[in-house]
Write a protein that binds this ligand. Structure first.
Ligand code: HEM
Length: 92
């Protein structure tokens, strides 16, 4: 709902970063898939301003925890899907 998966959307309607921009930040910060996913799973369940990689946190605020919505295992599956699909090749 919050992180759109289309590129080239109307940026004025964004309430946070799209999935492809998130994954650019995550892949810049973590060089292996395992490290990236470990960061993401922790962030999805326990987001904290001290952990964010997003300079745009000043604009959008802190992400709400997804702990009451997804399990750790589901967060791992979502993170792996995001890692494999974003950013799309045409974007890189
Ligand atoms: C399972 C669903 C979600 C996943 C997998 C997810 C994943 C992520 C990830 C990986 C980041 C980047 C953290 C970083 O690079 O520092 C992030 C940031 C962010 N997300 Fe989400 N997110 C989810 C749901 C949401 C929802 C529902 C909202 C809004 C209601 C939201 C709002 C934000 C915002 C504002 C940020 C940027 C500020 C920050 O770093 O906290 N996210 N999200």
């Amino acid at each position: 709902m919050c992180h759109p998966t289309q590129t080239l959307m109307d940026k004025s309607k964004l309430i946070t970063l799209p999935a492809d921009e998130i994954m650019v930040h995550v892949k810049e910060a973590y060089s292996t898939k395992e490290d990236a996913i470990n960061f993401m799973v922790d962030y999805i369940l326990k987001p904290d301003i001290s952990k964010t990689l997003c300079a745009s946190i000043d604009k959008f605020g802190l992400m709400p925890s997804m702990a009451s919505t997804v399990t750790k295992e589901q967060a791992r599956v979502i993170s792996s899907m995001m890692y494999e699909n974003f950013p799309p090749k045409a974007y890189q």
